[in-house]
Design a protein around this ligand. Structure first.
Ligand code: MSP
Length: 635
């Protein structure tokens, strides 16, 4: 049996999992399930990156030890993966003993070969990215630098360390990329890697003296191994590199490392160089996806704009989240998360097109044949066409999935599902049901539908595994291979229960306000700096409140009408617990005018008021003097 070894990045434990982490892990799970469907023996590795300065610092801030922090956050990751139907084979932690042994082993091997040597690092370090920042980076105050990747201010380090002789690998790396032009997918990311290496490689510091939370350097225990060296090695220790046993030989090299573009340099350049230095084979491919953005910025804890998966899971099942992530944006591009986009996609595709097709078929079989499609099916040309269309579609979708173009493949599957819905309308089964003579034809139609649903279901199963199981058992079908499903004999149909319940936009959007509130009152967690151009994009103006009322059935929300100098508009603000409507009417306040309108409790809110966040988030709205002209911009 052919093997397929797939990995996700191991996630830092300073942060509980958010939708960004879920995206990578869902992609890896979808690919893993897809490969299984195609008959591969899959090994799927995920886990957590627990050492280093960032974790040490985060734990100190929380007044706990780093191991305690890691232990607590790991539970959150594992719980979320379970809820999202992630079927990994191993969850690795960099604090695992076997992993730490493996890290020491490869470090020693490379050092013995002469490619790790002792020295002193003098330069800049970004704790947030755990990365060394070059002298060429933009200057910040106090002799520090701005990290070119995350925009945070760096620290200046002078410390004894060990260097990895990365410079010696420049030519070998370039030769490798040339021989394997698809090593990094998509192509544009491969080009970035090549350009980076061509621009010249410097030796890389791979140990730290000032960080104690890490794997001790063998023979030099007052230093620890650089967290990125430690972390990358998880891909081999996850398959027993410390033992170099049968599992290791069966699975290494990995077939696919999945990650987002932020960690491309580490995987596309450093990792292959470390492996070359250790005389180990290189991974086959690296799939680099884009970022999930919220409000046009990468979702991340330090930006303070993360979307908590639990909010989505309160309203939607895991299949809906998996489907949205795989369908919405091509893997290489960034995707902007919006509540509106989410609900529209799920309602139109899963609830309306797919869910309705299944319940219509179930309803007809129950109504016309008491739950069993009888044997005597008569087929005609229309049925043949449905089958042929399926076979054409499947071929093309498999080619897309093989190339990791999931959004394109899903688009084709849903075009076909819409064809099936059209087929029902054209065949008019409700007319046939009125005549006893037409019964065999009616059976033929329902059987064609049952077969096509089951066939589509298999193709969709890597993406929406939970509903796929329900749909298979609805038809009492144990077969789960690809291809058109020929069904013999009478087909018993059971109700699958609710597959994709309809979610009311009002309920879902009400959640938005709980996410938006921290932004209404300023993001205290935001450490990232923005330049003046970014600030200028925010249009803040003086507005006059002309009307105000409480939003019914809510505790926190006020609906305000405001004059902005240019128009009159409605805003919804979460201030009702502290401001009665009449205290605001006639007042001059500050609003952000150019925010994308959002619906909150069915009311379109066209902007946001500014307020300071006091104790326990209590809002304090700045009220401007009465003579401040309406519409004056805040600059
Ligand atoms: N610990 C390192 C990885 C070491 S791998 C040997 C790390 N951890 S991380 O927790 O910051 O995770 C980064 C990865 O999480 C990204 O490469 C991506 O896979 C995923 N994502 C985190 N935020 C994301 C988005 N907003 N959007 C998409 N993916 C995101 O880096």
């Amino acid at each position: 049996m052919k093997k397929f070894y797939i990995t996700t990045p191991i996630y830092y434990v300073n942060d509980v999992p958010h939708i960004g982490h879920a995206f990578t892990t869902i992609i890896a799970d979808v690919i893993s399930r897809y490969k299984k469907l195609k008959g591969f023996q899959v090994f799927f590795l995920t886990g957590t990156d627990e050492h280093g300065q960032k974790i040490e610092k985060s734990a100190t801030l929380q007044g706990i030890g780093p191991q305690q922090l890691a232990d607590a956050v790991v539970v959150r990751f594992k719980e979320l993966w379970k809820t999202l139907g992630i079927e990994y084979d191993k969850f690795i932690r960099t604090t695992d003993r076997d992993h730490m042994e493996g890290v020491k082993k490869i470090f020693t091997k490379i050092r013995d070969k002469g490619d790790i040597y002792a020295g002193v690092y003098e330069g800049h370090y970004c704790v947030s990215d755990e990365s060394f920042v070059p002298e060429s980076a933009q200057d910040a105050e106090g002799g520090n630098k701005i990290c070119p990747d995350c925009g945070k201010t760096t620290e200046l380090l002078t410390e004894p360390c060990h260097f990895f002789r990365l410079s010696a690998y420049q030519d070998r790396l370039l030769a490798f990329y040339e021989a394997h032009p698809d090593f990094v997918v998509p192509k544009a990311r491969m080009n970035e890697v090549v350009a980076f290496v061509k621009s010249g490689l410097k030796d890389l510091s791979i140990t730290r003296s000032s960080v104690s939370w890490g794997v001790p350097v063998p023979g030099n225990e007052d230093q620890t191994i650089y967290v990125w060296f430690d972390a990358l090695v998880n891909y081999i220790t996850g398959v027993n590199y410390h033992l170099e046993d049968d599992t290791f030989h069966a699975f290494w090299p990995a077939n696919l490392h999945v990650m987002a573009k932020d960690i491309l340099k580490f995987h596309g350049v450093y990792w292959p160089a470390f492996l070359m230095a250790a005389d180990l084979p290189l991974p086959q491919n690296e799939l680099i996806h884009g970022w999930w953005l919220k409000d046009e910025r990468k979702m991340s804890k330090s930006t303070g704009n993360v979307l908590d998966p639990d909010i989505l899971l309160k309203h939607f099942n895991s299949d809906a989240i998996r489907y949205f992530m795989m369908r919405e944006a091509p893997i290489g591009s960034d995707g902007n998360f919006s509540h509106q986009g989410f609900i529209s996609r799920i309602t139109s595709d899963l609830t309306n097109d797919w869910g309705n097709l299944i319940s219509r078929v179930e309803g007809m079989v129950t109504k016309y044949f008491q739950g069993t499609i009888p044997l005597e099916a008569r087929h005609d040309d229309a049925d043949r066409k449905i089958r042929e269309a399926y076979e054409r579609m499947e071929k093309s979708v498999l080619a897309d999935f093989d190339a990791y173009l999931f959004n394109r493949g899903l688009e084709k599957i849903f075009d076909y599902i819409r064809e099936l819905n059209k087929y029902i309308v054209e065949m008019e089964p409700w007319v046939l049901a009125k005549s006893a003579d037409a019964k065999p034809r009616l059976c033929g139609i329902l059987k064609t539908l049952a077969q096509s649903i089951l066939s589509v279901n298999t193709l969709l199963s890597p993406i929406v595994p939970e509903s796929a199981v329900k749909i298979r058992s609805m038809f009492g079908c144990s077969e789960s291979g690809l291809g058109w499903k020929d069904l013999d004999g009478p087909i018993d149909i059971q109700s699958p229960g609710q597959l994709f319940p309809r979610v009311e936009p009002e309920d879902f959007f009400a959640e938005d306000i709980t996410e938006e509130e921290p932004r209404m009152t300023g993001t205290s967690e935001t450490e990232g700096l923005i330049d003046i151009e970014a600030f200028k994009k925010v249009e803040m103006v003086v507005a006059k409140v002309t009307a105000a009322e409480k939003v019914p059935d809510t505790e926190k929300l006020l609906k305000l009408r405001v004059e902005t100098g240019e128009d009159e508009r409605t805003l919804v603000a979460g201030v009702a617990q502290h401001y009665s409507p009449d205290t605001l009417i006639g007042r001059k306040i500050i609003i952000v005018k150019n925010l994308t309108p959002v619906k909150i409790r069915g009311i379109l809110s066209q902007g946001m008021i500014l307020a300071a966040s006091g104790e326990e988030g209590r809002p304090h709205i700045p009220i401007l003097p009465d003579d401040t002209p309406v519409g004056s911009p805040l600059t």
